[in-house]
Design a binder for this molecule. Structure first.
Ligand code: TEU
Length: 544
């Protein structure tokens, strides 16, 4: 019999380090704060936490620019605070996975400082250095944050490569010393008792050794062909995974930056990452149930037996899905967010709830450039002005590219700063934070929070929900997704009706028995026999 692994039945919760809870009153989240909220997460029914980077960092990109892989950033606390957090999480039965950036280091990291000191430095080859070609950058590769991916170093007369900000310098993974150094880093955190890793942009580790120009599409947009998913990448990841998996029960989730299931599929399964983030499902911009169904079905049909999907619709890089899918209407926002919660927590896969989604926090918008915090927004703004765009055009672009939307402080109560901090937080509060908060929603039986909590507790009680396989998966009348999942002798029927007209359902055909949960705009009506009328925007779960 195939023994289930713990992460196959775990619901994860992403905590964006600076934005969850401020324990020391400086306006920035920290370990003291997060530790004080562990019982909140336990009560909600969370089994695993993903922490975004907390290592020392100049925080050009909020920690995705690490300057020391062996310590805790003072803004977030001390190593003792970290240890205390892990102990307390484990005591409550919550596992912790940490975010690790293997692709690049901060330009402030000692390795890079040494590398940059001379072309003869023993660390020179730890990063990707290139001489100019006809007095210019070696090729046309663009940074994901805008502008060239090559930065000129006057001191040594060469360019270095950075896929993201110029302060995030790409390591040279063709160098075995780099591989070893990063294995040492992983070993250090594993020894401290963490339960796994979330690996940042893991398919970027290798770039083409020929450094060919990337192709450009009809709109002049660069196609990132030679700077990711290169030969040898799967082997390099396999090597890391084998090293980590020597320890029993360690979970590895990789961020493979692609929405293409055919690419994503290459990276997970036995000997590789346990799972990857399924952006093919998660990053839909518009709300189209048929697209959701299509991707769920494709994963079911195309995944190998050792591959499991991940389920998420928001993250620190994405706009909150309640805002993305709600088309600006409060009712629709709430209804669709509940439906998406039901999908995430009952479909086949590993769910990742983004902090604040369980109370329906909305997108935070920085209207002025002074209020904008995200490097992606800010650097596109700068690049636009340099390219002769007007202030207004630059601001529009900055707003389109910024990732501030989902990074506003967690809303614990109705206080001025949401109970997140006594001080003005590092980033502005989300809209409606005076009303939308944990304290209020705990009391309301039909709140977003209560719905999440019900779903999570139902899931904990029924293996068919947490780890069952599909025995049936269908799209009904274009606007509904229905599936039956089974585990052992138990069967669950889930109907997610996204449409705005009632749906007639022959339940005997699906054979669910006890209606366990429904979030609906009205009552389920029995129309005689076993035909029921499912009201618009309804999520329903039957267990038999
Ligand atoms: O994100 C990788 C990534 O591909 C992002 O550039 C993403 O596509 C983009 O932000 C969408 O708007 C990871 C981290 O999740 C992100 O926060 C970091 O900024 C990035 O890596 C660099 O470390």
């Amino acid at each position: 019999r195939n023994q289930k692994k713990w992460w196959q039945e775990t619901v994860f919760y992403e905590i964006y380090m600076p934005s969850f809870c401020d324990g020391n009153g400086d306006g920035v989240g920290d370990f003291k704060g997060i530790t004080s909220k562990l019982d909140y997460l336990k009560e909600l029914g969370i089994g695993g936490i993903w922490l975004t980077p907390f290592y020392p960092s100049p925080k050009i990109d909020n920690g995705y620019d690490i300057s020391d892989y062996y310590a805790v950033d003072p803004d977030y606390g001390t190593m003792e605070d970290f240890n205390g957090f892990i102990d307390e999480a484990h005591r409550q039965g919550i596992r912790v996975i940490v975010d690790l950036v293997l692709n690049h280091t901060s330009s402030a990291h000692a390795w890079f400082q040494e590398s940059k000191s001379s072309t003869l430095s023993p660390k020179r080859d730890w990063y990707i250095w290139k001489s100019p070609v006809r007095q210019e950058a070696p090729n046309n590769w663009e940074s994901f944050f805008g502008g060239s991916a090559w930065e000129w170093d006057e001191g040594t007369g060469q360019y270095y490569y950075h896929a993201f900000a110029k302060e995030q310098v790409d390591l040279n993974w063709a160098n075995p010393e780099v591989r070893q150094a990063m294995k040492d880093v992983m070993g250090f955190w594993l020894d401290k008792g963490i339960d796994g890793f979330r690996l940042d942009v893991i398919n970027f580790l290798k770039v083409s050794s020929d450094f060919q120009d990337n192709p450009v599409d009809d709109n002049g947009e660069q196609i990132h062909q030679f700077d990711q998913n290169q030969d040898g990448i799967v082997e390099a990841i396999g090597d890391i995974c084998r090293y980590v998996h020597e320890r029993e029960g360690i979970f590895m989730v990789g961020e493979v930056g692609s929405e293409d299931l055919d690419i994503l599929r290459r990276y997970s399964g036995s000997g590789l990452l346990d799972v990857v983030f399924n952006f093919n499902l998660g990053s839909q911009e518009q709300f189209r149930p048929e697209d959701l169904y299509r991707e769920i079905k494709r994963m079911e049909d195309q995944h190998a037996s050792d591959q499991l999907p991940t389920l998420f619709f928001s993250s620190h890089d994405m706009q909150r899905h309640i805002s993305r899918f709600g088309e600006g209407h409060t009712d629709l926002e709430e209804q669709r967010a509940k439906l998406m919660a039901a999908l995430m927590l009952t479909a086949k896969g590993v769910p990742f709830i983004y902090y604040g989604d369980e109370i329906g926090m909305r997108n935070h918008i920085a209207h002025k450039i002074e209020d904008m915090r995200d490097i992606q927004g800010l650097s596109h703004y700068k690049a636009a002005l340099q390219n002769g765009k007007t202030e207004e055009e630059a601001m529009d672009l900055a707003r389109a590219k910024s990732r501030d939307y989902s990074r506003s402080p967690m809303q614990w109560n109705g206080d001025r700063y949401g109970g997140f901090s006594e001080q003005a937080p590092w980033i502005g509060m989300g809209p409606g934070h005076e009303q939308i908060h944990v304290q209020a929603q705990r009391e309301q039986p039909d709140s977003m929070y209560s719905f999440y909590k019900k779903l999570l507790s139902l899931r904990l009680r029924h293996a068919a929900l947490s780890s069952g396989d599909y025995v049936r998966l269908e799209q009904l009348e274009g606007s509904a997704i229905a599936y039956t999942k089974r585990s052992g002798g138990e069967e669950a029927v889930i109907v997610l009706h996204f449409g705005d007209q009632p749906l007639l359902l022959g339940l005997s055909d699906w054979s669910g028995q006890r209606l366990e949960l429904a979030a609906a705009s009205g009552e389920m009506a029995s129309l005689g026999g076993s035909v029921i009328e499912v009201p618009p925007h309804t999520a329903a779960v039957w267990i038999s």
